[in-house]
Design a protein around this ligand. Structure first.
Ligand SMILES: *Cc1c(COP(=O)(O)O)cnc(C)c1O
Length: 406
């Protein structure tokens, strides 16, 4: 759908359009004209299918909790759609990430490489295992972990030992790397996989934002050993709250299922547990919503890509503003539609966000950089020049699929 723009330089190019100085007003005008509405939220779910029927079915059947047909159905749909051999549905994306990290062996005092430009859950999940996030810069091409920075940094900071990759400065093991597909745009997976293999790191994908996104024709979330997805209310498909663990490894999937259901030994009536597990199983009620949502995912994705096309066309003529489009190798779900302001006008960013919000159009800055959080101030990090710049210049735009006639 966006193939007509594939030949153009996607990020750094500025079209020679009309020059504008008043960017807050220009951007507000574009939002009004492109969306043809008076106000718009950042991302709202749409329920145009069997949601009510399936929820009612849960209530009438009394199967609202951790047993019921919808959980299995939802897992099957996700497996079919993403191509992941195994899917384990859980209570939210953060829990999925926590278990995914545990599955690959992340333990107390290990370090886990994560992007600083991410939602806080990426780093939180690491700390839930008493491990330490290790922050790396992101690429301006795809907004995900920058493979060149990662390789140079690991080369500089790590050494290989009998126990694996070790941070020479802290003495701790670097156990895993977590690429995150920012706003739905896939990371440079080939390069990141190669680095993970070279440095003996497990690769866990934070694909929370990536349902419906493809890298070289393959759906994200199961490039590494394990991946995590989210179905929070603001994600592309929602279960109210929910998440999933994706893997192609049968024994990891079995272990994920066991751990997320309190590690109960299978038995018709005995309640015996063979380790400390988690109560992370997705309730049937939530899964019912997810099944109905997945039946319409192609409609949501088409709408979001059409919205991206309209934004791209509209912003083409504005100097200093780039609508962020997918990389050539990728197909993005365009979860959060994004513009990036040129350095020369990034001082107008706060004003753009203030004025558009005041006028009823929900726009947002990117997340607070994780390495700047007080809680993570002592965590190791590379130099982070790209994300420092990006965090000053990113604006997320209203992104709901409902903004396009479905
Ligand atoms: C949404 C999100 C999560 C966590 O998902 P929840 O379901 O909200 O727990 C994790 N990582 C990223 C990057 C996300 O956007």
């Amino acid at each position: 759908m966006l193939s007509h723009i594939d030949d153009e330089d996607s990020v750094g190019s500025h079209s020679v359009g009309f020059s504008m100085s008043n960017h807050p007003q220009i951007i507000l005008k574009i939002l009004r004209e492109t969306l043809k509405v008076d106000k718009a939220s950042l991302h709202e779910p749409i329920f145009i299918g069997n949601e009510k029927d399936y929820l009612l079915d849960c209530v009438e059947s009394t199967f609202v909790s951790s047993v019921g047909q919808y959980v299995k159905k939802f897992e099957e749909q996700l497996s079919d759609f993403t191509g992941a051999k195994h899917v384990v549905a859980v209570v939210n994306g953060t829990a999925a990430l926590q278990i995914a990290l545990k599955l690959v062996g992340v333990e107390r005092d290990h370090e886990v490489v994560v992007p600083s430009l991410s939602f806080v859950a990426t780093a939180n999940a690491v700390t839930y295992l008493n491990a330490i996030p290790h922050f790396i810069d992101s690429s301006i091409i795809n907004l995900g972990l920058d493979p060149t920075v990662l390789r140079d940094w690991l080369d500089f900071v790590s050494e290989q030992t009998a126990e694996g990759c070790r941070n020479k400065r802290t003495g701790r093991k670097i156990a895993a790397v977590v690429p995150m597909h920012t706003f739905g745009h896939p990371c440079a997976m080939n390069e990141l996989i190669e680095i993970a293999e070279e440095y003996n790191l497990n690769l866990v994908e934070d694909a929370a934002e990536g349902l419906g996104s493809y890298y070289e024709g393959r759906h994200v979330g199961h490039f590494g050993d394990v991946g995590a997805m989210s179905f929070n209310g603001n994600k592309i498909v929602t279960t109210g709250g929910g998440g999933a663990i994706l893997t192609n490894n049968g024994s990891l999937a079995d272990r994920a299922r066991h751990l997320t259901t309190t590690a109960k030994k299978p038995h018709p009536w005995k309640l015996e547990h063979d380790e400390i597990g988690y109560n992370f199983r997705l309730p049937n009620l939530n899964a019912a919503l997810g099944v109905a949502q997945m039946e319409n995912i192609e409609i949501f994705l088409a709408a979001k890509r059409e919205l991206a096309r309209r934004y791209y066309e509209a912003f083409k003529a504005v100097d200093g503003v780039d609508f962020f489009i997918e990389d050539k190798k990728c197909k993005s779900n365009y979860w959060l539609q994004t513009i990036i302001l040129d350095q020369s006008i990034s001082d107008q960013r706060e004003l753009v966000i203030e004025e558009t919000n005041r006028a009823g159009f929900a726009t947002r800055p990117a997340w607070q950089l994780l390495h700047k959080m007080q809680a993570f101030s002592a965590c190791p990090r590379s130099q982070l020049p790209n994300v420092e710049k990006l965090s000053q210049s990113i604006i997320n735009l209203p992104s709901s699929a409902s903004l396009i006639e479905c």
